[in-house]
Design a protein around this ligand. Sequence first.
Ligand code: MF3
Ligand code: CO
Ligand code: CO
Length: 278
Amino acid sequence: MFFRHGLFGKARPNSRRMDEQYWKRYRIRLKNAKAIEGIAKAGELVVATLDLVAQELCPGMTTEEINTLVHEFTLKHGARPAPLQYNGFPKSVCVSINEVVCHGIPGSETVLDGDIVNVDVTSILGGWYADASRTFCVGQVSEEARNLVRVAKECLALGIAAVRPGATLGDVGYAVQCHAEGHGYSVVRNLVGHGIGHAFHEQPQVMHTGRPGQGIPLVPGMVFTIEPMINQGGHQTTCLSDGWTVVTADGSLSAQFEQTVLVTDTGVRSVTPFDLEA
Ligand code: MF3
Ligand code: CO
Ligand code: CO
């Protein structure tokens, strides 16, 4: 690809000019090779952490036990859990069950047979952040809940597939929204994906709804999350009195998958890769 500015040949992902333009216009920090390497290492740890949770999660486990598992595994690998004390969040991981959309606080609640459980892991390794989440089906899950989880996973896959230099954030949101709404589900609007790397939440905001060709153009070196929250019922949410736990307003189920992705010279690379096919 070449830029409008008339730069032919191989795109220079982090030309100082593009860096400056994206910083000035959007407050987006494009990542250089060193940053990408650091974020990808953090991403490997996040993926390994989610794999560990997948192995251990079972009915009867408390969300506090999931927290301990994630916390200790993160420290053992020389990293820090980003959620802990982030804006006062009291735990090291978010665990969001059934109608909980996101930001569930681990505690005495027990995971039950038939629950859908999102575990959202963000690690800081060597100063670099990576963020990913999966929704697990625990035990015998109803067909309607399994369908929701499958479509939420497909929404993430389609969002990632829309990422390439020259596409826009609107293209990403559009891909997610079409798929979710095409299945009769709704897309949460008031929580979004985000730039990440030097910090937990950077610019840009990544909406999971949108129109083709609208929004910020994607350029190599952008690193952001795509993390659609898909509701069985309406898209509206309510925050509980703990100040964190977000639930669906109508009590319907919600499912979410998240990865951190990098815009490359030719397309996209997930730096928190896990299987979205299965
Ligand atoms: N990991 C969440 C995200 O995807 C953010 C959690 S913030 C916390 O952006 F404080 F609740 F941990
Ligand atoms: Co997350
Ligand atoms: Co995120």
